[in-house]
Design a protein around this ligand. Structure first.
Ligand code: ATP
Length: 324
């Protein structure tokens, strides 16, 4: 688990592209050994912040400190970080082993040590035995692991990952999420991970920074972000929510906190209508209710054998209402 020493510190980090504020005076402390995710919709500034930490982008204002050294004006290769990108960027004509050794070769690490470290990195990503393959002879997930090994071989303090699983199909993506998380724990490297996928962020992170329009709206554990979203934006971006107008107020309630039945459950708030549809989604079913005043609500619990077309009451505990 993360210790409390700060390894990356960002202060007032700002970047404009013309009229677009990609990063708007961001402050963030990242702890040694933690898995932190920058989560947000497309264009919210996650990649720009990551690139400024890596040194690929110069900030207009603000500082980046890595391990107590101000690196704001240092080039990428003088920072103790490595980046893994979504598109892997492997050399197609080199073997897996040569791809992984490449960075060490450039740094003039001796051949024996180079080989030993590359084999160790390959084992860490569970690809021992794949040394002589070319990238074209690997699956997408295996290529992603080679890209990861190529970064790990440098033993960086901090690994930056920009949507590294974005190109994988859902099944492989979920498998790699767990593998990456396990590897991060075992190696104790700080991971700064960028994604727009909130489930991925929930699954993997110690902390999540939710980005919106170049700013961090909330920074906390996945549990707190989900259970106690700080702003309307976070409520809507993370998880599913129903927005309901009731007695002149606007409230938001998650589907899993709502129950459909033929009558209101006691102590609950409720709204009535008709059951429109039941959508089977494997582990859960979604009950779609059209309220008498024309709103659509989705609930994932039911306490009676209600059928589409029948009168339905949706109930929820008052404390489950978000008012942010
Ligand atoms: P995505 O999930 O789509 O990668 P993001 O949250 O990573 O999005 P950024 O790539 O950081 O977002 O972009 C933030 C804003 O800055 C966007 O409006 C984007 O169009 C703009 N931007 C980023 N890079 C440049 C650039 N080199 N030139 C001009 N505008 C840019």
């Amino acid at each position: 688990m993360a210790s409390q020493s700060v390894v990356v510190s960002i202060r007032g980090l700002t970047k404009h592209f013309g009229a677009t504020k990609a990063a708007d005076s961001i402050d963030l402390d990242i702890y040694s050994g933690e898995f932190i995710t920058l989560l947000g919709p497309s264009g919210s500034g996650k990649t720009t912040v990551l690139r400024m930490i890596a040194g690929f982008e110069r900030p207009d204002a603000g500082t980046v400190t890595i391990d107590n050294t101000d690196v704001t004006n240092l080039p990428p290769y003088e920072r103790d970080v490595n980046t893994v990108f979504q598109d892997y960027a492997l050399f197609p004509n080199m073997t897996v082993l040569a791809n992984i050794e490449y960075g060490l070769k450039v740094k003039k690490v001796a051949k024996d040590e180079r080989r030993a470290r590359a084999l160790e990195a390959l084992a860490a990503v569970q690809l021992a035995g794949f040394e002589e393959r070319k990238p074209s002879q690997l699956s997408g997930g295996q290529r992603q692991r080679v890209a990861l090994a190529r970064a790990l071989v440098n033993r960086p303090k901090v690994l930056l990952l920009d949507e590294p699983l974005g190109a994988l199909d859902l099944k492989l993506r979920e498998q790699m999420q767990l593998e990456l998380k396990t590897l991060q724990r075992e190696l104790g490297i700080t991971f700064i991970f960028v994604t727009h996928d909130q489930e991925e962020a929930m699954t993997m992170s110690d902390r999540i920074a939710v980005f919106n329009a170049g700013r961090i709206e909330q920074l906390d554990s996945p549990e707190v972000i989900y259970q106690k979203p700080a702003t309307k934006f976070v409520t809507e971006f993370v998880g599913q929510t129903n927005q309901i107008k009731l007695d002149g107020k606007s409230i938001r309630v998650r589907p899993e906190h709502m129950t459909v039945g033929s009558k209101k459950t006691s102590g609950s708030n409720s709204i009535s209508g008709k059951l429109f549809d039941i959508i089977f989604a494997g582990a859960i079913s979604r009950y779609v209710v059209k309220t008498d005043d024309g709103q659509t609500i989705v609930a994932t619990n039911s306490n009676s054998q209600i059928k589409p077309g029948e009168t339905a009451v949706v109930s929820w505990a008052p404390e489950k209402e978000f008012r942010a």
